[in-house]
Design a protein around this ligand. Sequence first.
Ligand SMILES: Nc1ncnc2c1ncn2[C@@H]1O[C@H](COP(=O)(O)OP(=O)(O)OP(=O)(O)O)[C@@H](O)[C@H]1O
Ligand SMILES: [Mg+2]
Length: 246
Amino acid sequence: MRNVVLPLPVLYLQLLRTAVPELAFMILAISNLCKTFQSTAHHDPVEVLKNLNLEMEVGESLAILGQSGSGKSTLLTLLAGLDQPTSGSIVLNGQDMQHMSEEQLSKFRAQNIGIIFQQFHLMSHLTALENVSLPLDLFKDPQALKKAGEALDNVGLGKRKDHFPHQLSGGECQRVAIARAMVVRPAILLADEPTGNLDNTTGAYVSDMIFDLVREHKMTMLFVTHNEQLAKRCGREQRLQNGRFL
Ligand SMILES: Nc1ncnc2c1ncn2[C@@H]1O[C@H](COP(=O)(O)OP(=O)(O)OP(=O)(O)O)[C@@H](O)[C@H]1O
Ligand SMILES: [Mg+2]
């Protein structure tokens, strides 16, 4: 992989950390986070996340493990700013996500958060190149297509830039999604079972790619998985059970 350019804030933090090693630099602080899905006419409220507290330092990788239904995806959705918690706070990169307007939040998300979902979530009417340049287009980045092209080169899809998702395999779609998540050099990468929809060989290839990119770019990553082996590749593990951290 080429062109390793660390984002300035990360570079600055790393220099500061070298100079003052006793200081820890939080990138994420979750306090007393709760999420209850409200009742509808026929259902009781579903209390999914119960008073979660978590901190992550810059450059850390953390695996979130837990049984199906324990609340992993719900937690990631809140961290991604795609839904609001019932109570509690999420401070990401020094910003309290609960005190932003929709517009501020969508810009903040595009600038700070890279997300890789199990189901890829690519835009079917856009080419691979257009999908990857989307987060940069939000800021009218004049280099958007060039950067998106480089990001696709980095995941080995330089020759498939003009192809639409339906012309790509599942593994290739996930590599496009990885390129889209990484193209803004986000403060944090959120991955929700990113290999869950892939066969073992493709899954191993894609997970190697994610861990290589994260190491190379010294990124902070929160990685949701059922796979104990993959979890061990993260620096730290945290287990969710019935909406609480063990
Ligand atoms: N919109 C919703 N309304 C009501 N309940 C919901 C809603 N979304 C999720 N839930 C419930 O929240 C619980 C946690 O769901 P979540 O998707 O976070 O689990 P998970 O740990 O990601 O599971 P999996 O490993 O199967 O992906 C489940 O019981 C689910 O049914
Ligand atoms: Mg899930």
